[in-house]
Structure formats: structure tokens, C-alpha cells
Design a protein around this ligand. Sequence first.
Ligand code: ATP
Length: 284
Amino acid sequence: MKRDPDASSAVRVRGLSKAYGKRLAVDGLDLEVGYGEVFALLGPNGAGKTTTIEILEGHRKRDSGEVRVLDADPGQAGRAWRSKIGVVLQDASDSGMLTVAETVRMFARCYGRSRPPDEVLELVGLGDKVNSKVRTLSGGQRRRLDVALGIVGMPELVFLDEPTTGFDPEARRQFWDLIRRLSSDGATILLTTHYLEEAAALADRVAVLADGKIVAVDSPSKLVQHVNSAATVQWMEGETMQTVHTDCPTQVIRQRSTDGAELAELTVTRPTLEDAYLQLIGWA
Ligand SMILES: Nc1ncnc2c1ncn2[C@@H]1O[C@H](COP(=O)(O)OP(=O)(O)OP(=O)(O)O)[C@@H](O)[C@H]1O
């Protein structure tokens, strides 16, 4: 994949702000996404994720700040730049009368280079729907088609805004495999999601946004450690659930089970990215 050797990051944002009327949706945001990274933007409804992504895609004007995406200003970049970007919008356009294959072929023609449409449809799990009219697809299948349209141009950088909303669990796992494959092929991926386990499974780093500001950026495991690394050990004694928060769960279990007896209904749980996220946005 051809890259500007002087550009250190695929995405570089400094002091980005955007208001809608009096409402400041993005408030002095700084963000850096390295080439080849899978980066997740997390945050509650209205935090400013879509606004940020749309500015990075060149679909929305910013009020202030510096933005470089693949070493260009998205507000001014032309067709050559656009062909290196893959976009999966939250509300995709409706090409209901076309078939699935026709829709992907139509998009493929817009790019200088593209993946074979049949291959893309296999990749997103729509191999058996090529001749179906788009309007007959289920919500989750249509979302898969959105993803197909976002990646058919072999983009260097893929923006995915809530890509797996409406996916069943199996489709979500298939999508994760697809993202890993795109990533191992060298693509940079910036996604938003409300599924914390999705971010934990996929992202090299996550940024947590609240009220248009970044409250934390790190790898999922480091974010969890920063916020709370203690494990929770629970077991039943008679009718009572015993709970111990500890950094040394093995020791706790040994102490409580000196004669080697089973501790009833024993569980050891670690904080998840979701626990860390809820603390970071002040909901826990
Ligand atoms: N076109 C618009 N006109 C006016 N206000 C808008 C517009 N788009 C977004 N907003 C407001 O800007 C704020 C940020 O919205 P945005 O869609 O960027 O958040 P988000 O983090 O993507 O939310 P969600 O998780 O619900 O998709 C919200 O308060 C929203 O109401």
C-alpha cells in the first residue's frame, strides 16, 4: 500500500471543534490514529462520534481545528483521496430496486481499483443473496451490504459508523473476522460502536468521548487496568453469596478452601472494557 513516508499517522486531529447552533458537538478534540491501526471511538449517544467521523470523511465542515487524513485536509481533498477512503455510514442510502450484486458492481465502478464484487459479497456473508433485490434484505443483511460497499474499493482507510448494529451474534463474529482480515492486509480502520465487547475484541486502541471531548485513549486492556484491575471472587456459603474484591484471587480461594473443599458456585471475574467505560463516562 503506497504511503507518504513523511506522514506519521493516517489520521491527525488537533483542536477540532464543531457546533450546531449553540450546541457544541465536538469540543477541542485531539486524535491520532496510526497507519494500520484498528481504532474505536466509544461514547454515549450524542457524544460527537458521528460528527467527528463525518468531518474526517470530508462529509461535514468543521468550525475550527487542524485535520489531516491520509495526509490531506478532508475538507479540500479531491477524488484521488476519496478513492483511498472507505465509508460505512450510519444510515446508508437505499438502492432498493437493484440487486445486491448490481449495487456492489455500481459502487465498484466508482473506484480506480476494486475487489471483485463476488469476493466482497462472500466476505460479508451475502454470497447467497447476490441476485436478491436490496429492498428484500433484512436489516442485518442490508447492514452487511453497507459494509460491502465500504470496502469494495480496497480502501487504505475505512470508516465504520456503528457497522454491526442489527447483526445477529454469528454475523457480528463474521464481521470481526472481516475487520481482522482487512487490518492484516494493511488497512487502517476507524470505527464507532456501542458494543464494548466489539471494541475489546477488535481495537488496538480506543478513545472514549463524552460531550465532544476525549476522556481517555489507550488500548482496551490498559484502559481496564487504569480504571480498576481488581478481580471479584464470589461463592456461596449456605444461603449467602460471599464477595471479595482482590488483586490476588488465587490466594483468596486457597484461604477459603483450606481443606480442598469445593467452594459452591465459585466465580472469578475481572473488570471488562464496559466496566471501565462506564466509570470513565461517570455512569458507574
Ligand atoms: N445535523 C445536526 N444538526 C443539529 N444537531 C446535530 C446534528 N447532528 C448532530 N447533532 C447534535 O450534535 C451532538 C453530537 O451528535 P453525534 O451524532 O455526533 O453523536 P454520536 O456520538 O454519534 O451519537 P450516537 O451514538 O447517538 O450516534 C448531539 O447533541 C446531536 O443532537
